[in-house]
Design a protein around this ligand. Structure first.
Ligand code: GLV
Ligand code: MG
Length: 349
């Protein structure tokens, strides 16, 4: 067992001190791009102004022949672009792939000071995080980095779901977890070929009408991802890190995308992946609390004074617990409005 006292010591001589807390930074939309595609790469400086996070993707969706070009493209972009308060993340190849060692080595040594978070796909258990944690410490020391790199795991294997609590607590570097419905469906042998969202076959149906065998029986689609999302949110929160909805693959179905993002926001997620510019505004709208709700939350907090006791506001019961709920909303609104002047006005801060 590793002593609690050692947990916050650097894992290599000369590596930066691990963080004791992961600061909240807006990451409502994580805009994926392919760094091997020069056309896409040229748009990054402009896209970076519109999003909270740009992520150079090296893993799935990048053809085998382009893996090295993608890594090198990301190094070039990392060096050339000033990102301001927009974060630069990457998704590296999986730990069993032939590219991961060079992905981490080259990125940390060449643009480690520009990168904020490294997303590790297909994480199965804490052992995967321990490996990367040690390797990053060695590379950080070699690169002379002053700020520790953070890690983000994708929850996309059945093993990963079983071990999600331990993954979240595996290293002080852990920043968050994203839900990966495509690989997770395959790993669990679910019978869906969709990337996230509902499925018309996953439903409940009302009972037959005993007096009329032809009476219609209403059905309602259910959410096949609810269990995983809720478990991920609890695991992340227990470890002071952040949960994210991952990809929604049907780019044209902006309505269902918004529904899926919103369901995850209501459950506790702080952001989602954006695979196409059409999803940027959806994520921004969904993961920024509604100004009316923020106004209401401020009113509850103001009326409740020290937060104790019970009162009625517009016919709704308020007590210590509702004040805490309202603080969650107001704290998030305040943190987002520091980055977003339009939101600041809308919230009246
Ligand atoms: C994301 O990587 C997924 O597999 O859904
Ligand atoms: Mg995946």
């Amino acid at each position: 067992m590793r002593s609690a006292k050692d947990f916050f010591k650097p894992k290599a001589i000369g590596a930066p001190m691990p963080l004791r807390e992961i600061p909240f930074r807006p990451a409502r939309m994580i805009q994926f791009f392919d760094p091997s595609n020069p056309k896409m790469a040229a748009k990054i400086p402009d896209i970076a102004k519109k999003v909270d996070v740009v992520l150079g993707n090296l893993e799935d969706a990048i053809q085998v022949d382009n893996k090295i070009a993608a890594r090198e493209g990301l190094v070039k972009i990392g060096r050339a672009v000033e990102f301001g308060d927009t974060q630069l993340w990457t998704r590296v190849n999986s730990l069993d792939s032939p590219w991961i060692l060079d992905d981490l080595t080259q990125l940390v040594l060449e643009i480690g000071d520009k990168l904020d978070v490294i997303m590790i796909p297909k994480v199965e258990g804490p052992w995967d995080i321990h490996y990367v944690d040690q390797l990053l410490a060695q590379l950080e020391a070699k690169a002379g980095l002053e700020k520790p790199l953070l890690l983000h795991a994708i929850l996309e294997t059945h093993q990963g779901v079983i071990n999600v609590e331990e993954i979240c607590g595996a290293s002080p570097r852990m920043q968050g977890i994203s839900f990966g419905p495509a690989d997770l469906a395959a790993s669990r042998r679910m019978k869906t070929t969709r990337v996230g969202g509902g499925h018309p076959g996953y439903l409940v149906r009302t009972d037959p009408d005993p007096s009329d065998e032809n009476a219609p029986r209403i059905t309602a689609q259910q959410d096949p991802w609810h269990y995983t999302m809720a478990r991920m949110v609890d695991a992340c929160t227990a470890h002071g890190i952040f949960p994210y909805y991952g990809p929604f693959g049907d780019i044209k179905d902006v309505v269902a995308c918004e529904d899926q993002f919103r369901a995850s926001f209501l459950l506790g997620c702080v952001g989602a992946w954006s695979l196409h510019p059409a999803q940027i505004d959806i994520a921004k709208r969904v993961f920024s609390p509604d100004p009316e709700e923020v106004k209401w939350a401020k009113r509850v907090i103001d009326e409740m004074g020290d937060g104790s006791g019970v009162t009625m506001l517009d016919g709704k019961m308020q007590d210590d617990a509702t004040v805490k709920q309202c603080r969650v909303m107001v704290d998030l609104a305040m943190a987002l409005s520091e980055k977003d002047p339009e939101l600041k006005d809308a919230y009246g801060f």
